[in-house]
Write a protein that binds this ligand. Structure first.
Ligand code: ME8
Length: 518
């Protein structure tokens, strides 16, 4: 036991039928920022991501490539694993549903559900969409212009008739509604909670949880003709990774229930309805919260392989820089809403906010200190009301930023930081330290110290979003690596006058359009 409070956060595990794109990067980024924030705030964090490797969709993709499913999933899972490193994601574990630990957990959960009579054998006849790996009722389908039936997501459906095990989902409607009532934070944002509640209020059918017509999955214990429905298999990853079926000791005991499952709005029903029902049926605790974020489009268009407009996160990082992309994705759109990626919006944020507002501020202040204060933290004299007002704003940031992060309002957390960045820019203009250099060098030192101390607060608090850039900023302020967590905020961790500082260097470059470069 670490003595620190636990915090367990998960991303969806991504299908390996495709290469990672901006949408996957977005979800994992949001979790990364939460995880980094919580670590700096003193929590014992477990941050999980991984890949969903079973099911008909993956089997078909492997066949299309002429590969056996295991070789295919090994290859594609690697792309997601590598993306985590390329985007500086700090996940503590990477789960693959083809791992032994996961087969063990799924089969143990299945046995438990059988033991409690929550699963029974029947036969299924109905519509299935391979793209969504989901069953649909006749009343949910629409007919496309080609006369073919489609799921609400637009995916093609096929008629399926086969023997199947069923989970008694119908009997969990009331306990689920009770859960949503008792714990209003369980599903977020609120609009999504209402959607989920009205879906459940409409009544739930028992859920088919095994398939017999293909074989790429986890065998049902004691009945090898069946493999488990890929969503039962996939959702179980969240407890596999904390050591289920061992529940008394280890990470399950310390970290379950998960504090947050972060998902896109497309898969909310699986996480907010099926998953808590499976868990409650097995006598396990449901997670504490499920947040469904919005959908990214590209220059106003739906992102899809067939439209050829998939945004590759590696290309973005190459064009704009890693921290710039991380910042943009969480700043541009209120988290929860849909967002549109456009080059113009990206450049506006990166040049206007990172390069101008924050980058220039740090660069101006640090170069004045380097030139006029002997390259060391200046010695402050008596503070004026304006100095104390600015310092008060910076030192008071943590509660507001923490409250926003706890609600996954990343845009609000960043806005709170920018209120201080803008105040610091206004302060520097009013105080004009460059003019004080000749008239009142002691006052100049005080002004530069107050600014450096303000920048330190912004840099410490922005670490989760732009970790590399914030680290360089803190290096330039001479902040030791063990004084960068949130206990160093406030007066106690203040910069020490006289401490030597390295030569300042620009941190946030401006984006220059390639054609105007020459
Ligand atoms: O659904 N905008 O995997 P998946 C925002 N394996 N987010 C997007 C996005 C977009 N345009 N496109 C994808 C699965 N996402 C299952 C999950 S979990 C037990 C099993 C993100 O590869 C978003 O988080 O289709 C969405 O929920 C997820 O990728 C779907 O990933």
């Amino acid at each position: 036991m670490s003595g620190r409070p636990p915090f367990y956060i998960t991303t969806p595990i991504y299908y390996v039928n495709d290469s990672p794109h901006i949408g996957h990067a977005y979800t994992t980024l949001a979790c990364d920022v939460m995880a980094r924030f919580k670590r700096l705030d003193g929590y014992d964090v477990k941050f999980l991501t991984g890949t969903d490797e079973h099911g008909q969709k993956v089997e078909k993709s492997a066949q299309a490539k002429g590969m056996d499913p295991q070789t295919f999933t090994d290859m594609v899972s690697r792309n997601f694993f590598d993306l985590a490193a390329a985007l500086n994601f700090s996940n503590d574990d990477f789960i693959r549903t083809t791992e032994d630990r996961h087969t063990r957990a799924c089969q143990a959960l299945w046995d438990e559900l059988i033991k409690r009579d929550e699963i029974y054998l029947g036969s299924y006849a109905g519509w299935y969409a391979v793209r969504d790996e989901a069953f649909y009722g006749e009343d949910e389908l629409t007919t496309g212009p080609d006369g073919r039936k489609r799921a609400p997501s637009g995916a093609e459906v096929e008629w399926v008739e086969e023997p199947s095990y069923f989970f008694r989902l119908s009997k969990w409607a009331e306990p689920l509604l009770d859960l949503y009532e008792r714990r209003p934070d369980f599903v977020a944002p609120d609009s999504r909670r209402n959607e989920v509640m009205s879906f459940v209020k409409g009544g739930l059918n028992d859920l088919s949880v095994s398939r017999t017509t293909f074989s790429w999955g986890i065998p049902v214990p004691g009945d090898d003709d069946h493999i488990m429905y890929v969503w039962l298999d996939a959702l179980t990853n969240y407890i596999t990774a904390v050591g289920y079926p061992e529940t008394e000791t280890g990470e399950y005991a310390t970290h379950w229930p998960a504090d947050l499952h972060m998902v896109g709005k497309d898969i909310l029903r699986f996480h907010a309805v099926y998953w808590p029902a499976f868990l409650m049926a097995a006598g396990l605790e449901p997670p504490k919260r499920v947040f469904a974020h919005g959908w990214w489009t590209n220059e106003g268009q739906k992102i899809s392989k067939s439209l050829g407009n998939v945004i590759d996160p590696y290309d973005l990082v190459k064009s704009y820089g890693l921290d710039q992309v991380r910042y943009f994705l969480l700043r541009e759109v209120p988290f929860g809403n849909d967002g549109d990626f456009s080059h113009r919006a990206m450049v506006n944020r990166m040049n206007g906010e990172l390069a101008n507002d924050l980058g220039n501020l740090a660069q101006r202040v640090l170069s004045m200190i380097a030139k006029n204060c002997g390259g060391a933290v200046p010695e402050p004299g008596p503070l004026t009301d304006e100095d104390t007002a600015l310092l008060g704003q910076a030192r008071g940031l943590l509660p507001a930023v923490r409250a926003a992060i706890d609600r996954q309002a990343f845009h609000e957390a960043l806005e709170a930081l920018w209120v201080v960045v803008r105040a610091a820019n206004a302060y520097v203009d009013r105080q004009a330290p460059w003019a004080l250099r000749k008239t009142d060098p002691a006052r100049m030192a005080t002004v530069l110290w107050a600014l450096a101390e303000t920048i330190r607060h912004v840099a410490v608090l922005i670490q989760p979003v732009v970790p590399d850039s914030a680290a360089r900023m803190l290096d330039q302020l001479g902040v030791p690596s063990d004084a960068r967590d949130f206990t160093a905020l406030g007066e106690g961790g203040a910069l020490v006058p006289g401490a030597p500082l390295p030569k300042p260097q620009g941190i946030f470059p401006r984006y220059v359009e390639p054609e105007t470069e020459a």
